[in-house]
Design a protein around this ligand. Structure first.
Ligand SMILES: NC(=O)c1ccc[n+]([C@@H]2O[C@H](COP(=O)([O-])OP(=O)(O)OC[C@H]3O[C@@H](n4cnc5c(N)ncnc54)[C@H](O)[C@@H]3O)[C@@H](O)[C@H]2O)c1
Length: 462
């Protein structure tokens, strides 16, 4: 009986050294995280950054904010976007003083950056990650790393071929609330973890926005299974400290798209604004007008697309059951039309349970902290209060950037994510998509060269 227990399996593998095999062959995420900061420290020169994709995320978190916070250690040497208007607006919003390019390879050849930041539409990430590495840069890419299994393999192969590295910016790992959960789990507070119940809710404001933009098309975003849920799957992989093995899933489009009773092309030209609760008056947001409306003539992209357009082909309701190599099983769901945005999560263990509920769109009058409840079997419950973070994504954005750009920032919780982490977070969503399409159980190990491991290859530090 003992040997079938997940804890016994882990202990057995750890003590026999069965996991040591690949550990020494692969650079760890932590080693990579140090390399950017130490590059600056060792040479005394500023880190030379180029960026492809000067949209919302590129100009904000990875543009203006980087220059504001780290300009003593980095500089932009080139900016690239397929939309020449947004490129020039992006440069102005970032406040960069560098050349701009609509031709990516020209930018790479002429500017020879140390690091390329990839903040384009999701289905194009692989192209820039692979070419960027081939042209001599290390990569910082936004999530999802990419949108299908073939693209994942191309990225893994390119990394091996070029010896360059690619860091995936999973800012969700850095929020203090989620980091505390990691710490509780890894300190064994609930014994051995056996299962997780994880349910994420997108609301009718921020959540609906996915159905207005390019995200509404599977061919651009890989669907919310990739675009949104890869954040959640990465958290699960990180918390559980093992790799996903098999996935079963369900999904439907129940609310947006074809389900609406009226529709238009976009909100600015819509005849139904009065009855439509989803009317979004983008003209009130100057940043969005400058980035998108002013540049529609170049690519026809409408930032305020109708949430009931019939071309929407992503699901708005999804559920998956995920089996991990260490025996942990996960019950996951994502609902994209909830009255509030947030999640409920519970970790069941052999000695207790952790419960947490986050409501991101809280009224300001509510408590200024997020709660975690730690229940111990036959024991007392403990309420843990985590103060709200002060930067974007629960405080995660700033901590992530500090770890990339400040030297000597330790990584005790292994929050730095590499291509393996990026791949596995995507592979759960890809497996879910494939399972829905084919009805066949999908084994993660059949999708790419990555084979699920019982336990991750880094040492626990706490
Ligand atoms: N980690 C997070 O919390 C978070 C938050 C927001 C966005 N993101 C990610 O950031 C990325 C960008 O999202 P966004 O909201 O800024 O989108 P966006 O539409 O505002 O920007 C994307 C930009 O990419 C450009 N582009 C598209 N195809 C291109 C190509 N082939 N060559 C060059 N440029 C191209 C577009 O013209 C646009 O300017 C996405 O991958 C998204 O998932 C992450």
């Amino acid at each position: 009986m003992e040997t079938n227990h997940p804890m016994s399996r882990r202990r057995f593998l750890a003590t026999t050294g069965a996991l040591a095999g690949t550990a020494l062959l692969t650079s760890t995420p932590a080693a990579h995280a140090e390399s950017f900061a130490n590059q600056v420290k060792n040479t005394g020169n500023k880190l030379r950054l180029a960026m492809v994709g000067t949209g919302h995320r590129g100009t904000g978190m990875w543009g203006k904010e980087l220059l504001r916070e780290y300009s003593d250690r980095m500089e932009f040497v080139g900016l690239c976007d397929i939309n020449p208007g947004r490129l020039e607006t992006g440069k102005r919003l970032i406040g960069a003083d560098c050349p701009t390019f609509t031709d990516f390879e020209k930018m790479m050849k002429e500017t020879k950056p140390d690091v390329l930041i990839v903040t384009t539409v999701d289905n194009t990430h692989d192209e820039f990650i692979v070419k960027g590495m081939e042209m001599g840069a290390d990569i910082i890419t936004e999530k999802p790393m990419t949108t299908d299994e073939k693209k994942i393999q191309r990225i893994l192969d390119a990394e091996e071929r070029t010896s360059k590295t690619c860091r995936v910016t999973f800012n969700y790992r850095y929020s203090p609330h989620r980091a505390k959960i990691w710490e509780l789990l890894h300190n064994g507070e609930i014994g051995e973890l056996t299962s997780v119940d994880f349910h994420w809710y997108l609301d009718t404001s921020h959540g609906a926005d996915y159905f207005r933009r390019w995200h509404r098309l599977v061919e651009k975003s890989g669907s919310l299974w990739l675009h949104k849920a890869s954040h959640h799957f990465d958290l699960l992989n990180w918390w559980i400290d093992s790799d996903p093995e098999t996935v079963y899933a369900l999904g439907q489009l129940n609310f947006y798209g074809k389900n609406g009773s009226f529709r238009a092309e976009n909100c600015r030209t819509c005849p139904h604004t009065a009855p439509c609760p989803f009317f979004f008056d983008m003209t009130k947001n100057q940043r969005l007008m400058d980035l998108y409306a002013a540049n529609e003539s170049y690519d026809g992209y409408l930032r305020d697309g109708c949430v009931f357009k019939t071309d929407i082909n992503i699901f708005d309701k999804m559920a998956a059951t995920i089996q991990y190599a260490n025996g942990v099983q996960v019950s996951y769901s994502l609902t994209a039309y909830s009255p509030y945005e947030g999640y409920r999560i519970a970790f069941n263990g052999t000695d207790g349970r952790i419960d947490a509920w986050i409501q991101e769109s809280k009224p300001v009058s509510d408590a200024n902290y997020d709660e975690i409840v730690l229940f111990r079997n036959f024991g007392k419950r403990q309420y843990i209060h985590i103060p709200f973070g002060t930067s974007g994504h629960g405080g995660g954005d700033k901590l992530l950037k500090d770890q990339i750009f400040l030297p000597n920032t330790p990584d005790p919780m292994k929050q730095c994510a590499n291509t393996r982490d990026g791949a596995l977070s995507c592979l759960i969503g890809i497996a879910a998509r494939n399972n829905i399409a084919s009805g066949q159980v999908v084994n993660i190990g059949d999708l790419t060269s990555i084979q699920p491991e019982v336990e991750k290859r880094y040492k626990r530090i706490l």
